[in-house]
Design a protein. Structure first.
Length: 169
């Protein structure tokens, strides 16, 4: 299978699996554990290192390596959109309500007034929809993929081909 496609599929499936781990364990409800979700960044970076090593072996130079990593992130992002929608609408339909409750409790613990809490929750209301969450996952995956690929490609250069130096008669 094409290394760009297989790496994108792997990253998307592993990040989706981690999302479901967060859901089934209930960690997303606990403000002290909810940041574990960002382990998806490590998953993506590790996947990109693996995939870019494979594309580097094909002789891709820096720019083509960054492009390959970006394409891997796009494939992963499409899978993440689908799995995020399944997560928030089918598997955990109360997810957004639970996150809002958790946010409210966290803000109350910080001593915020009820009016300030209501304003903070209202400010986040636009992003508290299944589609907004899915889009955020895609954008996060894409931006991480571009930036990480730009760095990774510096350290995993493609095979250099040197012109043959044949002796002139």
């Amino acid at each position: 299978m094409n290394p760009i496609l297989s790496t994108g599929l792997l990253i998307g499936l592993l990040c989706s699996a981690w999302m479901f781990v967060m859901g089934f364990t209930g960690w997303y409800k606990d403000p002290s554990l909810s940041s574990l979700f960002f382990f998806v960044i490590a998953i993506e970076v590790a996947g990109l290192v693996w995939g870019l090593r494979r594309t580097a072996a094909m002789g891709r130079a820096y720019g083509r390596q960054v492009l390959a990593g970006t394409m891997m992130a796009i494939v992963a992002g499409v899978i993440i959109i689908a799995s995020s929608l399944i997560f928030t609408t089918v598997a955990f339909p109360d997810y957004l309500t639970e996150v809002q409750k958790s946010s409210r409790a966290s803000l109350q613990e910080r001593g915020m007034s009820e009016a300030d809490i209501a304003a903070a929750l209202q400010a986040n209301a636009a992003s508290a929809t299944p589609m907004a969450q899915a889009e955020s996952g895609f954008i996060g995956t894409l931006v991480t993929g571009i930036l990480a690929s730009a760095l990774i490609a510096l350290f995993i250069p493609g095979r250099r081909t040197t012109p043959s130096t044949s002796a002139a008669p």
